[in-house]
Design a protein around this ligand. Structure first.
Ligand SMILES: [Zn+2]
Length: 327
């Protein structure tokens, strides 16, 4: 009996060892694969490095003391007034906390900024953080193009739900984003992700993770819901800065060729992740989870592929337009 137990133990030890060896090989294979991917990316980046340039630009990110506003409610205390002159008498506009403007000049107490919608004026030094940031020249090819894909929600934050409560936005956004990433990578685009698994990432971290990549496009993917079932339908492409409205329109138009959903067009959206980045940043809502019609389209097997095809077309259009302006 003891011998039998000893024999069985020996067998199980051997089995465990075999498993460990197999597992180690898998890990090694995985890492060598990802090593290869990095290599390819590095070499393609090196090939295009001669045509790609970056410049350092002075930017101002608007700061408001968090004690002065309620982050859950939009109000006037989210904004800083912009004054025409250093005497601070004439208000010419306002800027939202966390948004970015171009640096023009400064005095001991004031910073002169120009906003994306073309307003130039002064804000108090205490309301601006001056930073030297990198700005890419416009990508001239798909291989030049760096995109950050953000799967909306995750972890404890499920996002929107289908009417019957079985489909969670956080899962759909992740699977959609992974399909988009695969399609774009295969076309040579440099792709990175804010998350590749079911985890919660704070909005501030999403913005800083993205900015660290210095992308040519940040794309946050979401699915919508309305206050009551079947109250709304279609997909919508949001921009924050007017400069990126054209990008939003291009993306919306390319998706229209692929999706059997209503195109709600390009709209201004006051969303954290696209407001807190000065790089081209877009948020797409890819249909309503609590619209019976939309849900049928969204849950079709080829939906993510169609979205991916539309986005690849959009990037091709953007690159072609960049080539045209540089000629
Ligand atoms: Zn969402």
């Amino acid at each position: 009996m003891k011998k039998a137990i000893l024999f069985l133990s020996l067998i199980s030890i051997l089995l465990v060892m075999v498993c460990v060896v197999i597992k180690t090989n898998q890990v090694a294979d995985d890492s060598s694969n990802s090593g290869k991917t990095t290599e390819t990316q590095a070499s393609s980046a090196a090939e295009t490095a001669s045509t790609r340039t970056q410049q350092t630009v002075k930017k101002v990110q608007i700061y408001v003391d968090p004690a002065l506003y309620d982050a859950t409610v939009e109000s006037e205390s989210d904004y800083v007034q912009i004054y025409e002159g250093t005497d601070l008498t004439n208000v010419v506009g306002k800027v939202h906390r966390g948004s970015w403007a171009d640096y023009v000049s400064e005095t001991d107490t004031l910073i002169q900024i120009t906003t994306d919608d073309g307003i130039t004026g002064y804000i108090p030094q205490a309301n601006g953080e001056i930073a030297e940031m990198k700005e890419n020249d416009l990508p001239q090819s798909l291989a030049d193009f760096k995109i950050v894909l953000d799967a909306g929600h995750g972890g404890e934050d499920s996002g929107a739900l289908s009417t019957d409560g079985t489909i969670m936005e956080k899962n759909l956004t992740l699977s959609t984003v992974l399909t988009i990433g695969q399609t774009l990578s295969e076309a040579g685009v440099q792709v990175s992700y804010t998350r590749t698994e079911d985890e919660y990432i704070a909005l501030a971290d999403i913005a800083s993770l993205s900015l660290a990549q210095e992308p040519d496009l940040f794309l946050s993917v979401h699915y919508d819901n309305y206050s009551y079932p079947n109250g709304n339908q279609g997909y919508t492409v949001y921009y924050y800065y007017p400069s990126y409205e054209t990008t939003a329109t291009t993306i919306g138009g390319s998706l229209a060729d692929q999706l059997d959903l209503v195109n709600n067009g390009a709209r201004f959206g006051n969303y954290y992740v696209i407001r807190e980045q000065y790089v081209p940043a877009i948020l797409i809502e890819l249909g309503y989870l609590n619209s019976d019609y939309d849900l049928g389209v969204i849950t079709a097997e080829d939906y993510a592929q169609r979205v991916s095809a539309g986005l690849l077309d959009a990037l091709k259009t953007i690159v072609a337009a960049n080539q045209a302006t540089s000629d």
